[in-house]
Design a protein around this ligand. Structure first.
Ligand SMILES: NC(=O)c1ccc[n+]([C@@H]2O[C@H](COP(=O)([O-])OP(=O)(O)OC[C@H]3O[C@@H](n4cnc5c(N)ncnc54)[C@H](O)[C@@H]3O)[C@@H](O)[C@H]2O)c1
Length: 334
């Protein structure tokens, strides 16, 4: 059977280096995903940094290594590639996606956020509506078995009605907070409004902002940002009328609770720890992502589970939170 031909643009941490240190039990990078899956052939790589390119070549041994994307398409030929990963810094995403859309590549795996700003992403959205290319945005939790099961758990009302969702995120609302926004959109649908709860922290390029999101029906979520000082953090806490889930340690740990009578104060009800309803499989994201890429390549009617439009919406909400922070915590309808 013919293998799907893949290329990676951007040979840094997300593109390769997480896996390049040595074999990890499961792939955690774009190159690791293609190289470890027999359904793909990792044909080409491209990076503007020669050192990164050489390191990539030594680890993954693609047929072509190139300094820029134009050279990559020249060397591989316009029809050779089936799927291209864009894992370069965010300020290059729009330009590189534009270049890939000029080719006959069927699927693009685009790192988040989709662009620096909604303004930069707008023309791409228009362009994509006329193209058959499927662009899948790598908000990684979408492919994690743990999160897939958690979303199902919530949708089946196993926590009862969700009263509050809380997320702690690092670095900036666009860079990492948008992971949380995408997760909440996936679980609960599009929020109706966003409101910053404080002014922007100074001295950071992206906005580190605490904000509230609201949905029709009254659900609220709070996102709290930390500038990766003194630690890196990504956590989720879902509090429902029948239970609670705390996801900590970057997604590695999940604690489940049921609502029950408080042992010491029997007139009150509280959260008591219970056994997890499913096994912990936090490292599976790139295995599931590979399956989804194959599904998109083999089935023309299938659409990305996290589309460009989903990525665009996460960016739009993040940007609105920053606007709210600049405008005295004005509530912004989305
Ligand atoms: N999905 C996730 O959980 C996750 C995790 C980490 C990073 N990311 C995203 O991945 C992207 C890359 O992050 P990173 O940490 O790997 O960065 P990085 O700096 O480690 O790697 C980026 C690489 O792209 C190369 N590059 C820059 N401009 C280029 C161009 N025009 N053409 C070709 N190569 C170019 C750089 O030389 C570098 O080697 C970012 O958008 C980031 O938000 C996502």
């Amino acid at each position: 059977m013919r293998k799907f031909r893949a290329a990676v643009v951007g040979c840094g941490v997300a593109g390769s280096l997480v896996d390049a240190k040595g074999p990890t039990p499961l792939p955690q990078s774009h190159a690791g995903m293609y190289a470890s899956d027999p359904r793909f052939e990792l044909v080409a790589a491209c990076d503007s940094d020669v050192g990164r390119l050489r390191a990539f070549e030594t680890t993954w041994k693609p047929r072509h290594v190139c300094r820029d994307i134009a050279e990559m398409f020249e060397r591989t030929g316009p029809r050779e590639l089936d799927v291209v990963s864009i894992s370069t810094p965010t300020d290059t995403h729009a330009e590189l996606l534009n270049a890939v859309l000029e080719s006959s590549v069927s699927v693009v795996v685009l790192e988040k956020p989709v662009a620096r700003s909604v303004r930069e992403a707008d023309p791409l959205r228009g362009q994509l509506s006329n193209k058959r290319t499927k662009v899948l945005v790598n908000y990684q939790r979408r492919w994690s078995t743990n999160f897939i099961r958690l979303v199902q758990h919530v949708r089946e009302s196993r926590l009862g009605e969700i009263v509050r969702a809380q997320i702690n995120y690092p670095i900036g609302i666009v860079h990492s907070g948008s992971h949380g926004i995408d997760l909440l959109r996936w679980m609960f649908g599009p929020p109706q409004w966003v409101q910053a709860l404080n002014a922007l922290e100074s001295g950071v390029s992206d906005g580190v902002v605490d904000c509230a999101l609201g949905w029709a029906g009254g659900l609220r979520a709070y996102l709290q940002g930390f500038a990766r000082r003194p630690w890196n953090i990504f956590e989720l806490d879902l509090l429902g009328t029948a239970g609670r889930v705390r996801v900590t340690n970057g997604g590695r740990d999940m604690e489940f609770y049921a609502v029950d009578v408080d042992r010491d104060y029997p007139h009150l009800r509280g959260f008591v720890p219970v056994e997890a309803p499913f096994p912990n499989e936090w490292q599976s994201a790139y295995l599931n992502l590979a399956d989804h890429v194959v599904e998109l390549l083999e089935r023309p009617e299938r659409q990305p589970r996290c589309s460009f439009s989903d990525g665009y919406e996460a960016l739009r909400v993040a940007e609105a939170a920053v606007v709210s922070a600049h405008e005295n915590s004005r509530r912004i309808d989305l």
